[in-house]
Design a protein around this ligand. Sequence first.
Ligand SMILES: [Zn+2]
Length: 351
Amino acid sequence: MSARTATSPGLLERLDAGPVICAEGYLFELERRGYVQAGAFVPEVVLEHPEKVYELHREFVHAGSDVVEAFTYYSHREKMRVIGKEHLLEPMNRNALKIAAEVATENGALLAGNICNTNVWEPDDARTQAAARNMFEEQIGWAVDAGVDFIIGETFCWVDEALAALQIIQATGKPAVITFALDADGLHDGADGVTACRKLADAGAEVVGLNCSRGPATMLPIVTEIRAAVSCHVAALPVPYRTNPNVPTFQLLNDEGCGCIPGSGTFPTALDPFVCNRYEIAEFAKDAHGNGISYLGLCCGAGPHHVRSMAEALGRKPGASRYSPDMSKHAYQGTDENVPDYYKNLGKMYE
Ligand SMILES: [Zn+2]
């Protein structure tokens, strides 16, 4: 029996009525805030500083997210093994789901369970594939116990791993949102994004698409092709970084002007110079929605201001819009009658 009743309207009803926004990017945002370690990227914060997770969920909903996604990304058995904390696997998942459920319920938002790339899946290896299936089963079981409205399986790089995840989600009766992280050359198995999504759609996923890896400029053309290739809903959750046709993923962005970055590139901790501004995110949201993409969001690197911009571009006015920019009362650049003319004149230096 579920701990909570289903949110109404549910995901599919909302998607039929208009776009749904799902804020992601918890790992990067909480890493910047000092509560997640870059590298392993395991969200121990859900046990160590749960108040920070409540806060970020609330900020994303305030900014316009329709979905509270339980922060269970990389809270799977393999990651817990890598950091030597398998004993925390169940408490981390259950606590993440409890936190997300509370925030979803207080706001009438959808509650999403989350599974992802297992990092054990190998092609033609029944043993690793069985291990991955077990990982999906245990995490999905906890999500169902918590009463999630739907389940997100994301950042997959193997079609067959995503199909295995979908099959296990389908056994619960919950809608599935399945997204791939597309490298410059496609997935690890050589599939391109369109082929991969078509296979998942044919297998019955309610929503298919892409998340992570690519910024707006290099994700939009591909999700637009996916839109034409499937009949189900399509998802696009880019990273908010300025990727381009020559550098299609954020893992490849290279900051040639900076010589002090440790390691080989800017990923994942020195991507700052490439962050999209909020207006670029608004453009992406309008274009993607105009192209028929109905499940929209942002992945690693996104902050609440990006989410608000996406929501406003789709015609929404979330709580955070109360604080959307209004330069009319700025000390120098303001146009309001209460701003002294002397300072308005000084403000001309900014023009
Ligand atoms: Zn991401």
